[in-house]
Design a protein around this ligand. Structure first.
Ligand SMILES: NC(=O)c1ccc[n+]([C@@H]2O[C@H](COP(=O)([O-])OP(=O)(O)OC[C@H]3O[C@@H](n4cnc5c(N)ncnc54)[C@H](OP(=O)(O)O)[C@@H]3O)[C@@H](O)[C@H]2O)c1
Length: 482
């Protein structure tokens, strides 16, 4: 497959270029794009932050971040790519809420591009409290509303439906929704991106992914690490908002949405939004399990009394005829025995099959492997696998080397491909569900139960399946036994 290369020159500005996300994800993603020779001859990467420093110092900072992101020492080719890339990196120091600084920044960009009209990507790598002044100032300095400015905002979008609605309304006063790229990095994962094309192209798979064939759906996002350096942020949101509100609901939507005939961005976003709006949570004790790993409170004095959950298991349903009666189980947690992310669709059994028989399953693995397989039964009831479909490589890969999630999504922004970004309505629908869960938890004054680090999480997660013939599908156990 011919590799996609960017033709048009552009300015890529990272607001908050001194921060965590910039160092950990954005600089390495830009380097990965350079390594794959995706960039045109003329492009400018501008770091914008308040700290006063010279471009030379920022280049050193950028370089260090790229080196740290690589497990091995850079090879000769990578050294050359990095050196060349740094020539395209610049720094501008300014406040986020001062129009004069943005006017100076506009002239600074002009001094680089030598033209007034160019594609401008503005990446919001700042805390959400700073989004609004940047949006406002970017709007103030543009020459006309038709300027090609693309705003990239990373989740979380608000803290609840109300604040998300406020944010979108605010941005909407200045920019059109199609200029805004709402990024959830899970949609940069190859296997997640493969879901729609696979369902679109393979009737066999789509026939199985129908409510009438499926007994239950499970999505597990299990991590072995704890909260680590993002404790301040995490303690305010917890697993429900950090993992379930966007990442897991997006995976669920991609798995259960109707496939539109026209595979364009707006049709896909509409279908995702429809299924997200139809999600329901029954406000019952057994619909949710909260856990916190032992030792969480000891990580810092600030969280010594915290009741923030680091594990959530949730039971939902889809209020649509096509999925009527199919329970959905989601769970996400930290400090567990393994790191695995996977979606399991358990298929219904024949009437004559005994309850001891393992069901057929469609398993979509996202981490550590990226593949989809169908588990069949042989004559003795042992499971066999039917084919493993590798995640689509298409645009992400050049030979063996594939772009990281942020690299792929940045490439999408520059090539104006919005299919793997979220729409306002999807986000609002997701928040409506999470707000309902939150409201229930507050009313019940629910606190998380403690679980051991390195375990499978709270034992009470099984209560979600009480009264059903189902159990959590443990991929780790299954793979160990294969
Ligand atoms: N870090 C991650 O792994 C991660 C993952 C997913 C999503 N996100 C999202 O990505 C965005 C950036 O996250 P981050 O972790 O990189 O943020 P951060 O490190 O806390 O902040 C980024 C930069 O913003 C500026 N800043 C911080 N607090 C500020 C304040 N109160 N007023 C004005 N400027 C301030 C600072 O730059 P200067 O002082 O130099 O101007 C800072 O270096 C957030 O929306 C976050 O929710 C982050």
């Amino acid at each position: 497959m011919k590799i996609y290369r960017i033709q048009e020159s552009f300015v890529f500005t990272i607001f908050g270029a001194s921060g965590d996300l910039a160092q950990l994800k954005i600089f390495p993603a830009l380097f990965a794009l350079a390594e794959q020779k995706r960039f045109p001859q003329k492009f400018w990467i501008v770091g914008y932050a308040r700290t006063i420093k010279k471009t030379e110092d920022f280049r050193n900072f950028f370089e260090d971040s790229v080196r740290k992101s690589k497990k091995k020492k850079l090879n000769e080719h990578q050294e050359k790519v990095l050196k060349e890339l740094l020539n395209h990196v610049f720094y501008f120091s300014g406040q986020y809420d001062q129009e004069e600084d943005f006017q100076r920044y506009k002239e600074f960009c002009y001094s680089l591009t030598q033209k007034r009209k160019y594609m401008h990507v503005a990446y919001f790598s700042v805390p959400p409290t700073i989004f609004e002044p940047i949006v406002q100032n970017l709007a103030r300095i543009r020459d006309s509303q038709s300027d090609d400015i693309r705003l990239v905002l990373e989740k979380p979008f608000g803290r609840d439906e109300h604040s998300a609605r406020h944010l979108f309304h605010f941005i909407g006063q200045y920019f059109e929704e199609d200029q805004i790229y709402l990024l959830d990095h899970y949609l940069g994962k190859k296997a997640v991106r493969s879901l729609i094309p696979l369902r679109h192209m393979n009737r066999i798979l789509n026939l199985m992914l129908k409510g009438r064939e499926v007994a239950n759906i499970q999505i597990s996002a299990l991590e072995s690490v704890g909260v680590e350096h993002r404790l301040d942020y995490f303690d305010q949101v917890g697993t429900l908002k950090d993992m379930i509100q966007s990442h897991m609901l997006q995976m669920l939507a991609l798995t259960t949405m109707s496939i539109p005939i026209k595979k364009d961005t707006s049709s896909i976003q509409k279908e995702k939004s429809a299924v997200l709006s139809a999600l329901e949570f029954s406000p019952e004790k057994s619909s949710i399990c909260l856990g916190q790993y032992e030792g969480y409170k000891k990580q810092s004095a600030k969280v010594k009394d915290s009741e923030t959950p680091t594990f959530v298991a949730l039971r939902l349903q889809i209020n649509r005829e096509s999925w009527y009666g199919v329970p959905i189980f989601l769970r996400a947690g930290k400090k567990l025995s393994s790191k695995n992310t996977y979606i399991t669709l358990e298929l219904k059994k024949f009437e004559f099959q005994s309850s001891d028989h393992e069901p057929n399953r469609v398993v979509i693995e996202l981490y550590p492997d990226e593949k989809i397989h169908i588990k069949l039964l042989d004559e003795d009831g042992a499971t066999a696998r039917l084919g493993e479909i590798g995640a689509s490589e298409s645009i992400a890969c050049q030979g063996d080397y594939c772009l990281p999630e942020h690299g792929l999504l940045l490439l999408d922004v520059i090539r104006n491909e919005k299919m793997h970004f979220l729409s306002f309505s999807e986000i609002l629908a997701s928040w409506q569900l999470i707000d309902a869960v939150d409201h229930f938890l507050e009313e019940q004054k629910r606190k998380p139960v403690q679980y051991l680090a390195g375990s499978s999480g709270p034992e009470s997660q099984t209560l979600l399946m009480e009264g059903t013939p189902f159990r959590w599908y443990d991929i780790h156990e299954q793979n160990g036994n294969k």
